[in-house]
Design a binder for this molecule. Structure first.
Ligand SMILES: Cc1cc2nc3c(=O)[nH]c(=O)nc-3n(C[C@H](O)[C@H](O)[C@H](O)COP(=O)(O)O)c2cc1C
Length: 211
């Protein structure tokens, strides 16, 4: 089984709650001794470019304009998204690690999603419908927030956004471990993190059972 882990926290692990959830998740997974391969991408080490109009044209013009031939600039602008195609093709479970920033995902994660969620990379577009090219069956969100945020509170625009994105490419199994209340003004921040770590470990057990 192949896992793709995309991480979008700026902080080193000793002070990043979301990275600590990820560490607990992958440590528990390793204990299962199952045949699981993990591809790790830390977006801050290898930042995706913002999608440009040239890249947009490269991916969408074949649908919008029959006979379209991309320019050299358009091909070049598509190279980042195309470089993600193979890993997507091989992925069974996608793990997203990130903090809550301004009620949603960090811009660098959105930049990555804008790059990869294009025709020819994770889906094809046929007769007005999106047909998945991936075979991802599960997405896991390992998140952290400063405030005490309940899922689907108005302050949580992250889970509705991700759910809508993944539903649109036929992924409906979306699980979450969330360390909320991580701002030091919350005196129970460590307990909240410990509870989220347990949730992340249970998600790892679920993934082990799939392998
Ligand atoms: C730019 C920025 C925006 C933030 N916005 C929110 C927010 O909307 N809601 C919240 O609860 N915490 C917010 N925080 C706090 C982080 O979510 C919190 O510190 C989190 O634990 C960081 O996770 P990490 O340590 O894994 O990077 C924000 C932090 C930053 C730097």
């Amino acid at each position: 089984m192949n896992l793709l882990h995309i991480c979008a926290s700026t902080k080193p692990i000793d002070i990043s709650s979301s990275k600590q959830l990820a560490a607990a998740f992958f440590a528990r997974l390793a204990e299962s001794n199952k045949d699981i391969n993990v591809t790790n991408m830390d977006l801050y080490n290898n930042p995706p470019p913002f999608l440009t109009n040239d890249a947009y044209r490269y991916f969408w013009n074949p649908i919008l304009q029959p006979g379209y031939i991309p320019t050299t600039a358009e091909k070049s602008a598509a190279s980042y998204a195309l470089s993600q195609t193979k890993v997507f093709e091989e992925t069974d479970v996608l793990i997203l690690t990130m903090p809550l920033w301004n009620c949603g995902m960090p811009a660098i994660m959105k930049a990555w999603l804008d790059q990869v969620l294009v025709p020819g990379v994770v889906f094809k577009y046929e007769a007005g419908s999106i047909i998945p090219l991936h075979h991802i069956t599960k997405v896991i969100l390992l998140a952290s927030s400063g405030d005490i945020v309940k899922e689907n509170d108005p302050q949580d625009q992250l889970t509705p956004h991700l759910t809508a994105i993944f539903n649109s490419i036929s992924i409906t199994d979306f699980s979450i471990a969330w360390a909320d209340g991580q701002d030091p003004r919350h005196l129970d921040a460590e307990e909240r993190k410990a509870t989220a770590i347990e949730a992340a470990q249970e998600l790892a057990d679920d993934v082990s059972e799939m392998a």
